[in-house]
Design a protein around this ligand. Structure first.
Ligand code: DC
Length: 230
Protein backbone atom coordinates (compact mmCIF):
# COMPACT_ATOMS: atom_id res chain seq x y z
CA UNK A 1 0.00 0.00 0.00
CA UNK A 2 1.37 3.41 -0.93
CA UNK A 3 0.79 5.90 1.86
CA UNK A 4 -0.04 9.52 1.00
CA UNK A 5 2.66 12.10 1.78
CA UNK A 6 1.90 14.78 4.32
CA UNK A 7 3.57 17.90 5.72
CA UNK A 8 4.67 17.69 9.35
CA UNK A 9 5.29 21.05 11.07
CA UNK A 10 7.20 21.00 14.35
CA UNK A 11 7.49 24.23 16.34
CA UNK A 12 8.65 25.04 19.83
CA UNK A 13 11.26 26.66 22.04
CA UNK A 14 15.00 26.38 21.39
CA UNK A 15 16.84 23.24 22.49
CA UNK A 16 13.73 21.21 23.27
CA UNK A 17 14.60 18.38 20.92
CA UNK A 18 12.51 19.40 17.92
CA UNK A 19 15.26 18.53 15.46
CA UNK A 20 15.85 15.13 17.03
CA UNK A 21 12.18 14.25 16.67
CA UNK A 22 11.96 15.70 13.18
CA UNK A 23 15.08 13.85 12.02
CA UNK A 24 13.87 10.54 13.39
CA UNK A 25 10.43 10.97 11.82
CA UNK A 26 12.01 11.75 8.45
CA UNK A 27 14.11 8.56 8.59
CA UNK A 28 11.11 6.50 9.76
CA UNK A 29 8.77 7.70 6.96
CA UNK A 30 11.35 8.42 4.23
CA UNK A 31 10.59 12.15 4.35
CA UNK A 32 12.86 15.15 3.77
CA UNK A 33 13.91 16.84 7.01
CA UNK A 34 14.51 20.57 7.04
CA UNK A 35 15.89 22.38 10.08
CA UNK A 36 14.64 25.90 9.41
CA UNK A 37 16.65 27.29 12.34
CA UNK A 38 19.80 26.32 10.43
CA UNK A 39 18.77 28.79 7.73
CA UNK A 40 18.54 31.69 10.19
CA UNK A 41 21.85 30.53 11.66
CA UNK A 42 23.46 30.56 8.19
CA UNK A 43 22.23 34.12 7.58
CA UNK A 44 23.69 35.08 10.97
CA UNK A 45 27.04 33.55 10.07
CA UNK A 46 26.98 35.50 6.81
CA UNK A 47 26.29 38.71 8.78
CA UNK A 48 29.10 37.99 11.26
CA UNK A 49 31.58 37.25 8.49
CA UNK A 50 30.68 40.50 6.76
CA UNK A 51 31.03 42.51 9.98
CA UNK A 52 27.35 43.42 10.01
CA UNK A 53 26.94 42.64 13.72
CA UNK A 54 28.67 44.67 16.43
CA UNK A 55 27.91 44.22 20.13
CA UNK A 56 24.73 42.35 19.35
CA UNK A 57 23.48 45.08 17.01
CA UNK A 58 22.75 44.12 13.43
CA UNK A 59 23.22 46.52 10.53
CA UNK A 60 19.77 45.63 9.23
CA UNK A 61 19.68 47.78 6.11
CA UNK A 62 23.04 46.48 4.89
CA UNK A 63 22.05 42.87 5.62
CA UNK A 64 18.72 43.31 3.82
CA UNK A 65 20.54 44.75 0.79
CA UNK A 66 22.84 41.69 0.73
CA UNK A 67 20.07 39.05 0.95
CA UNK A 68 20.31 38.35 -2.82
CA UNK A 69 23.96 37.33 -2.25
CA UNK A 70 23.05 34.68 0.32
CA UNK A 71 22.62 31.17 -1.03
CA UNK A 72 21.48 28.54 1.45
CA UNK A 73 21.10 24.86 0.62
CA UNK A 74 20.95 21.52 2.36
CA UNK A 75 22.94 18.58 1.00
CA UNK A 76 22.35 15.06 2.23
CA UNK A 77 25.25 13.50 4.13
CA UNK A 78 24.69 9.74 3.92
CA UNK A 79 27.20 9.03 6.68
CA UNK A 80 25.27 11.13 9.19
CA UNK A 81 21.87 10.27 7.68
CA UNK A 82 21.01 13.95 7.66
CA UNK A 83 21.59 17.06 5.62
CA UNK A 84 24.41 19.53 6.11
CA UNK A 85 23.79 23.26 5.74
CA UNK A 86 25.69 25.09 3.00
CA UNK A 87 26.19 28.84 2.89
CA UNK A 88 27.32 30.03 -0.53
CA UNK A 89 28.54 26.52 -1.42
CA UNK A 90 30.53 26.03 1.78
CA UNK A 91 29.60 23.44 4.41
CA UNK A 92 28.91 25.47 7.56
CA UNK A 93 27.04 22.80 9.53
CA UNK A 94 29.46 22.86 12.48
CA UNK A 95 30.13 26.58 12.55
CA UNK A 96 26.45 27.57 12.73
CA UNK A 97 26.03 25.54 15.95
CA UNK A 98 28.76 27.42 17.84
CA UNK A 99 28.20 30.13 20.42
CA UNK A 100 28.95 33.25 18.30
CA UNK A 101 26.11 32.30 15.97
CA UNK A 102 23.78 31.15 18.81
CA UNK A 103 24.29 34.43 20.60
CA UNK A 104 23.43 36.56 17.57
CA UNK A 105 20.80 34.59 15.71
CA UNK A 106 17.69 35.90 17.51
CA UNK A 107 18.03 39.53 16.40
CA UNK A 108 18.75 38.38 12.83
CA UNK A 109 15.60 36.22 12.91
CA UNK A 110 13.49 39.25 13.89
CA UNK A 111 14.18 41.01 10.57
CA UNK A 112 11.00 40.79 8.47
CA UNK A 113 12.85 40.81 5.12
CA UNK A 114 15.11 37.96 6.23
CA UNK A 115 12.06 35.98 7.35
CA UNK A 116 10.22 36.61 4.07
CA UNK A 117 13.21 35.29 2.08
CA UNK A 118 13.55 32.18 4.30
CA UNK A 119 9.80 31.44 4.25
CA UNK A 120 9.79 31.56 0.43
CA UNK A 121 12.63 29.01 0.32
CA UNK A 122 10.95 26.80 2.93
CA UNK A 123 7.62 26.77 1.08
CA UNK A 124 9.38 25.80 -2.14
CA UNK A 125 11.08 22.89 -0.32
CA UNK A 126 7.69 21.60 0.87
CA UNK A 127 5.72 21.89 -2.33
CA UNK A 128 5.76 18.14 -2.98
CA UNK A 129 4.93 17.28 0.66
CA UNK A 130 6.72 14.35 2.32
CA UNK A 131 8.56 16.85 4.50
CA UNK A 132 9.20 17.36 8.21
CA UNK A 133 10.24 20.91 9.03
CA UNK A 134 11.06 22.24 12.45
CA UNK A 135 11.26 25.85 13.61
CA UNK A 136 9.17 28.55 15.27
CA UNK A 137 6.59 29.57 12.67
CA UNK A 138 6.22 26.44 10.57
CA UNK A 139 2.65 25.61 11.63
CA UNK A 140 1.56 29.24 11.79
CA UNK A 141 3.22 30.92 8.78
CA UNK A 142 5.21 28.55 6.54
CA UNK A 143 2.71 25.66 6.28
CA UNK A 144 -0.58 26.77 7.87
CA UNK A 145 -2.23 23.85 6.01
CA UNK A 146 0.17 21.19 7.36
CA UNK A 147 -1.63 17.93 8.06
CA UNK A 148 0.19 17.44 11.37
CA UNK A 149 1.43 20.24 13.64
CA UNK A 150 3.35 19.65 16.86
CA UNK A 151 4.32 22.23 19.45
CA UNK A 152 7.23 20.88 21.50
CA UNK A 153 8.26 22.29 24.83
CA UNK A 154 10.30 21.55 27.99
CA UNK A 155 11.46 23.63 30.96
CA UNK A 156 14.26 26.17 30.32
CA UNK A 157 16.54 24.41 32.86
CA UNK A 158 16.18 21.04 31.20
CA UNK A 159 16.80 22.56 27.78
CA UNK A 160 19.90 24.39 29.02
CA UNK A 161 21.26 21.17 30.50
CA UNK A 162 20.75 19.34 27.18
CA UNK A 163 22.51 22.10 25.23
CA UNK A 164 25.32 22.21 27.80
CA UNK A 165 25.84 18.43 27.50
CA UNK A 166 25.87 18.70 23.69
CA UNK A 167 28.43 21.53 23.59
CA UNK A 168 30.75 20.09 26.23
CA UNK A 169 30.66 16.72 24.45
CA UNK A 170 31.97 18.62 21.41
CA UNK A 171 34.82 19.95 23.53
CA UNK A 172 33.54 23.52 23.91
CA UNK A 173 34.27 25.21 27.20
CA UNK A 174 31.06 26.91 28.30
CA UNK A 175 29.29 27.35 31.62
CA UNK A 176 25.80 26.06 32.41
CA UNK A 177 24.79 29.52 33.68
CA UNK A 178 25.81 31.12 30.39
CA UNK A 179 23.81 28.55 28.42
CA UNK A 180 20.72 28.96 30.63
CA UNK A 181 20.86 32.70 30.15
CA UNK A 182 21.20 32.25 26.39
CA UNK A 183 18.18 29.88 26.32
CA UNK A 184 16.03 32.29 28.38
CA UNK A 185 17.04 35.29 26.32
CA UNK A 186 16.25 33.48 23.09
CA UNK A 187 12.84 32.42 24.46
CA UNK A 188 12.10 36.02 25.31
CA UNK A 189 13.11 37.38 21.89
CA UNK A 190 11.48 34.52 19.95
CA UNK A 191 8.14 34.95 21.77
CA UNK A 192 7.95 38.74 21.84
CA UNK A 193 9.31 39.75 18.45
CA UNK A 194 6.97 41.51 16.03
CA UNK A 195 7.62 39.36 12.96
CA UNK A 196 6.11 35.86 13.34
CA UNK A 197 6.58 35.40 17.11
CA UNK A 198 6.77 31.87 18.42
CA UNK A 199 3.25 30.75 19.23
CA UNK A 200 1.35 27.51 19.11
CA UNK A 201 -0.92 27.16 16.08
CA UNK A 202 -4.52 26.64 17.22
CA UNK A 203 -4.58 23.18 15.69
CA UNK A 204 -1.10 22.06 16.92
CA UNK A 205 -0.73 19.23 19.43
CA UNK A 206 1.42 20.00 22.49
CA UNK A 207 4.32 17.69 23.33
CA UNK A 208 5.98 18.56 26.67
CA UNK A 209 8.99 16.27 26.78
CA UNK A 210 10.50 17.49 30.10
CA UNK A 211 10.05 14.03 31.55
CA UNK A 212 9.91 11.82 28.49
CA UNK A 213 12.56 9.57 27.02
CA UNK A 214 13.40 9.76 23.34
CA UNK A 215 11.67 6.40 22.81
CA UNK A 216 8.46 7.56 24.52
CA UNK A 217 8.38 10.66 22.37
CA UNK A 218 8.98 8.74 19.18
CA UNK A 219 6.23 6.25 19.99
CA UNK A 220 3.82 9.12 20.64
CA UNK A 221 4.64 11.13 17.51
CA UNK A 222 4.75 8.06 15.26
CA UNK A 223 1.22 7.24 16.39
CA UNK A 224 0.08 10.79 15.57
CA UNK A 225 1.59 10.50 12.06
CA UNK A 226 -0.07 7.13 11.48
CA UNK A 227 -3.43 8.64 12.49
CA UNK A 228 -2.99 11.40 9.91
CA UNK A 229 -1.99 8.91 7.21
CA UNK A 230 -5.24 7.02 7.89
O1 DC B 1 16.09 26.15 16.36
P1 DC B 1 17.35 26.98 16.48
O2 DC B 1 17.78 27.24 17.90
O3 DC B 1 18.47 26.45 15.64
O4 DC B 1 16.95 28.40 15.86
C1 DC B 1 17.87 29.42 15.75
C2 DC B 1 17.17 30.79 15.82
O5 DC B 1 16.36 31.00 14.67
C3 DC B 1 16.29 31.02 17.04
O6 DC B 1 16.60 32.28 17.60
C4 DC B 1 14.90 31.06 16.50
C5 DC B 1 15.06 31.38 15.05
N1 DC B 1 14.10 30.67 14.20
C6 DC B 1 13.01 31.36 13.77
O7 DC B 1 12.83 32.52 14.12
N2 DC B 1 12.13 30.77 12.94
C7 DC B 1 12.29 29.49 12.57
N3 DC B 1 11.41 28.93 11.76
C8 DC B 1 13.40 28.76 13.03
C9 DC B 1 14.30 29.38 13.87
Amino acid sequence: MILPKIVIAIDGHSSCGKSTIAKALAVRFGYVFIDSGAMYRAVTLFALRNNLIANGKVDEQKLISLIPQINIEFRYNSEKQKSDTYLNWENVEDEIRQLPVSQNVSPVATIAEVRAAMVRLQQAMGKNKGIVMDGRDIGTVVFPEAELKLFVTASAEIRAQRRFDELTANGESVSYAEILQNVQERDRIDSTREASPLRKADDALILDNSNMTREEQMAWVTERVMERLG
